[in-house]
Write a new protein. Structure first.
Length: 566
């Protein structure tokens, strides 16, 4: 079988992506995709599936970042790719990220070579178009000469999207593009997605974004391999069709189970009747009332009839069981993480966090607040007992910076005097936005053992099973995990650490989670009895975990109490 990836220019037939018997395994032999075939034509396709199904791997294979183990990828047209985890040079300029700082800069600096002019071509207005796209995506405040490292997570994603929209590729691959985006940025992205004319393949758990697609591609695995089933319409249409299918499948299970019970009952009755006839035949033969030859012939005939009856009954029983197995296979039972949080109840009056100096310019690149703003800003943040606070605000306001300061990761970052003072009491669990706390060279189990050295191997593996790392998956290297699997591994390391956390600090915790796991995480956090501070743009998720106080961090580093319903 071929192991190829070919790219051809898009002609009149239009851009297209074709996957044929595509398989992929990591070097350690861990299988991700198995004999997957699909074709994507112009239009917006939402690619969904459980965490670890291989969604991000599909995009990376199409983009040429990975090479298939077998099968082929045929791409007709130019490809633009936004990976789930961006790795960027923080010292580079925004213009470099947008791909517009080469030939034009050289010409403006005096380079009159033919090569420089050929590189520019007809794209002399690229800077104006770049600024136009930045403004369209809500980044008018971002300058082309700004360092990339100054951008927030959401601003980085939107700037990377700007680079793709400037290129105008025939095929656009987006892997969780709404991660870290505030509500305004998500709306702008949705508008840009709706206007895209070519092939667009989106991996996302964002319900609103998936409501803008033309079709849903559901990636699933069974004993026959992997399959991509296409459903016309957006996420709501897909869910309605899926629910109808699942209702029919559950009815089929009930009918098939009734058939199995009936066939089993008939089989037992037949065996009982045959046993009675056999006993009567033996009694008749022993009585001597029939000649020996006639008795033998009658016995052979009875045995043949009984054999045929038994074979027929067994065949009907096997058919009924096969129909039941087929019906059960059609019903989905998607696994979800089953988090068992440590018993970390904190008395209501106990202070677990105190932060002072929030009414100062605690982010170095922010200007000090005006006097009238000082009156509204929160100068001191106190978190007591099982209180749970939501931290909201636009991209670039400094939410992740504040959480990192609280977690002790930015001890050297302080604002103007008297600066920011942070005091934590009790064990802290911190879930960072970038999920970069794992040692990629270690296995999942080894990463957990590193934070819980007193736990036995069996205890660690039993706990990891609740996070869906069962058997060999617990021995997978962290560097080979999908985005969703990596989240589960980080969450496991956080919650299984010793001592158990009395205070959870979560930065965009629903990023990269499938819908079932978001529900499970919500249920687990709703039962957590410790303190909670969560930075998130996912309002439905925040509402589901019983937030008791809502704070908004504005672009001038001012922290204020808000009413989420306003």
């Amino acid at each position: 079988m071929s192991t190829t990836r070919s790219t051809v220019p898009a002609h009149s037939s239009g851009p297209c992506v074709a996957l044929s018997d595509l398989s992929f395994s990591w070097p350690n032999g861990s299988r991700v995709l198995d004999r997957l075939s699909a074709v994507f034509s112009p239009g917006r396709t939402g690619l969904i599936g459980v965490n670890g199904a291989g969604k991000s791997t599909v995009l990376a294979l199409i983009a040429g970042r990975l090479r298939p183990s077998s099968g082929s990828v045929t791409v007709t047209g130019d490809v633009g790719y936004l990976p789930q985890n961006l790795t960027l040079d923080g010292d580079a300029r925004v213009a470099s990220l947008l791909g517009i700082d080469g030939a034009i800069d050289a010409i403006e600096a005096g380079d009159a070579s033919e090569a420089a002019f050929d590189a520019v071509g007809d794209d002399w207005d690229v800077r104006e178009r770049a600024r136009g796209w930045l403004s369209r995506l809500g980044l008018s405040h971002v300058g082309l000469d700004d360092p990339v490292g100054r951008l927030s997570g959401g601003e980085t994603i939107m700037t990377a999207l700007t680079a793709l929209f400037l290129r105008r590729p025939d095929i656009l691959l987006l892997d969780e593009p709404t991660n870290n985006l505030d509500r305004d940025a998500r709306g702008r992205l949705q508008a840009a997605v709706e206007s895209w004319p070519g092939v667009m393949l989106i991996v996302s758990h964002d319900r609103e974004l998936l409501g803008r697609v033309d079709q849903i591609a559901d990636l699933r695995s069974d004993h026959y391999g992997d399959s991509l089933r296409l459903y016309g319409g957006n996420l709501a249409a897909y869910q309605a069709m899926l629910e109808a299918e699942q209702s029919a499948a559950r009815r089929a299970i009930s009918a098939a189970a009734a058939d199995v019970r009936r066939e089993h009952r008939d089989l037992v009755r037949g065996q009982t009747k045959q046993a009675r006839r056999d006993r009567q035949g033996r009694q008749l033969s022993a009585s001597g009332s029939l000649p020996h030859a006639a008795a033998g012939a009658r016995q052979r005939s009875a045995q043949e009839t009984a054999g045929r009856t038994r074979d027929t009954a067994l065949a009907r029983m096997a058919d009924a069981q096969a129909r039941l197995a087929e019906a059960e296979e059609a019903v989905r039972d998607d696994d979800a993480i089953a988090i068992s949080l440590p018993g970390t109840a904190v008395p209501a009056g106990r202070t677990v966090l105190r932060v002072r100096g929030l009414d100062r310019a605690w982010i170095p690149w922010r200007t000090p607040l005006e006097d009238e703003a000082d009156a509204e800003a929160i100068g001191e943040l106190i978190l007591r007992g099982p209180e749970r606070i939501a931290l909201t605000g636009p991209n670039g306001a400094g939410k992740s910076t504040l959480l990192r300061l609280i977690a002790g990761e930015l001890e050297g970052l302080r604002g103007q005097e008297p600066g920011l003072f942070v005091r934590r009491i009790g064990a802290l669990g911190y879930l960072p936005q970038r999920l970069d706390v794992l040692d990629d060279a270690l296995t999942v189990a080894e990463n957990v053992r590193a934070v819980a050295p007193a736990a036995s191997v069996n205890e660690v593996r039993a706990a990891l099973a609740r996070f869906l790392f069962r058997g060999a998956r617990a021995d997978a290297a962290a560097g080979t995990l999908s985005g969703g699997e990596r989240f589960r591994a980080v969450l496991a390391s956080l919650l299984l650490a010793e001592p158990p956390p009395q205070f959870l600090l979560l930065d965009e915790p629903t990023n990269s989670l499938d819908l079932a796991s978001v529900r499970q995480l919500s249920q687990a956090l709703a039962c957590y009895q410790g303190a909670l501070l969560v930075a998130s743009h996912d309002t439905p998720f925040l509402a589901s975990i019983g937030i008791t106080r809502w704070l908004r961090l504005s672009g001038d580093a001012r922290l204020t109490d808000i009413d989420p319903l306003v």
